[in-house]
Design a protein around this ligand. Structure first.
Ligand SMILES: *Cc1c(COP(=O)(O)O)cnc(C)c1O
Length: 380
């Protein structure tokens, strides 16, 4: 079955008693047992809930993994994955990663003895040099946030497999592209995580997170953590995610079509000095992107030529909304240095290029002429 069909059918569990097409919201904490020693398969909704199960199976199918797990946020999903590791373990992570991921490693998990090295995962030598005997995972974002750097997933998997006798998990945060455009498990990665608050749900109306893994034994461990730590997604939000997911393919197609046009328009604008979008011909790593993904997505960043401009743009936009987050049908514009990446120290931000002239745009599915007209008047 093709992806666009799979995604529409996702979560179509069809209630056996009524034949309902839309998965019912099982708003229940607990489940009655038919008799001692028999179960319907459901006991208590932290452990498993039918609505959550439908969305977990849907995302596992789309990412081509063994099992999926839904959490109360992307950060809850990432936190739960990091609980696979112990004091003394070490992880390597993309340096211009999501600010919240930087924060939990730098301010929370370090308290429990899990150390992290932040490197440019677009540069294989840097990844190799960061490997230690204690390294247990390499956590990648590709494209990165907000500079859209591309990491070679297959090459990093090969590095992880060849450089240690102990398994090193390759974990990919696939939030920016979604399984419609990139399926890291098919490239050899062990675990995929998502902030489902972005493209998977797609309407800026729910906070959720997902994990999908390939190996059955690893899935069992993740399922244990999900139930033990309990950062689960509730049935109402599971339903919203299921509902949003059905249109993933058609939304992404429009996001991408619009993003390419906006990127080209920005690149030609006199006040814009740089555009970061993997669909532009001169984008570093475009060859790798073309080899490992089927598109470029709807996210881009751009640099303006004066530090006064970002505040002006954010004040003047009318079609675009000045708001954090991404991946919804509405176009959102944000200022990474202050909004999303404030937890990354200023000197590191500067070195990474997350400057006071950088704006990030989540291109929505509005008519692209309106998006461009809005940017034109805001930059004027
Ligand atoms: C938003 C985001 C997260 C965090 O997800 P929440 O749902 O906000 O907790 C993690 N990674 C990336 C790439 C994100 O964009």
């Amino acid at each position: 079955m093709k992806f666009a069909t799979k995604v529409v059918q996702a979560g179509l569990v069809s209630d056996k008693t009524t034949g309902a097409i839309s998965t019912p919201i099982y708003q229940t904490a607990t489940f009655r047992h038919p008799e001692l020693g028999r179960s319907t398969g459901f006991d208590y909704s932290r452990t498993q809930n039918p609505t959550r199960k439908a969305v977990e199976e849907a995302v596992a199918t789309l990412e081509e993994g063994h099992a999926g797990f839904a959490f109360g946020s992307g950060m809850a999903a990432i936190t739960s994955i990091l609980m696979l590791y112990r004091p003394g373990d070490h992880v390597i992570i993309t340096e211009d990663c999501y600010g919240g991921t930087y924060r939990i490693l730098d301010k929370l998990f370090n308290q429990f003895g899990l150390t992290a090295t932040f490197v440019d995962t677009g540069d294989l030598d840097q990844v190799q040099q960061a490997l230690q005997p204690a390294t247990k995972a390499i956590l990648l974002e590709t494209p990165t946030n907000p500079l859209m750097k591309i990491a070679d997933i297959k090459a990093i998997v090969a590095l992880a497999r060849n450089s240690s006798e102990n398994p090193i998990h390759v974990i990919v945060d696939n939030t920016f592209l979604s399984p419609y455009l990139q399926r890291p498990l098919t490239l050899g990665a062990d675990i995929v995580v998502h902030s489902g608050s972005k493209y998977l749900s797609g309407h800026n109306d729910v906070i959720c997170g997902l994990v999908v893994a390939k190996d059955a034994a690893l899935c069992e461990k993740i399922g244990f953590i999900q139930n033990a730590a309990g950062a689960i997604l509730g049935p109402q939000d599971s339903w919203l995610l299921l509902r949003g997911l059905k249109t993933l393919a058609i939304r992404l197609r429009q996001h991408e079509e619009n993003a390419l046009i906006v990127a080209q328009w920005l690149a030609a604008h006199p006040s814009v000095t740089k555009v970061y979008y993997p669909g532009l011909p001169d984008h570093p790593g475009k060859d790798i992107q073309d080899a490992q993904a089927t598109g470029y997505g709807g996210m881009l960043s751009f640099v303006v030529d004066h530090p006064r401009l970002p505040a002006q743009v954010l004040r003047k936009v009318k079609v675009l909304q000045f708001a954090e987050s991404l991946g919804g049908v509405e176009s959102l514009i944000t200022f990474p240095a202050v909004q999303t990446h404030a937890d990354i120290p200023a000197d590191i931000r500067q070195r990474l290029g997350i400057s006071d002239c950088l704006l990030r745009l989540s291109v929505g599915i509005e008519d692209v002429e309106d998006i461009i007209a809005d940017l034109a008047q805001a930059l004027d």
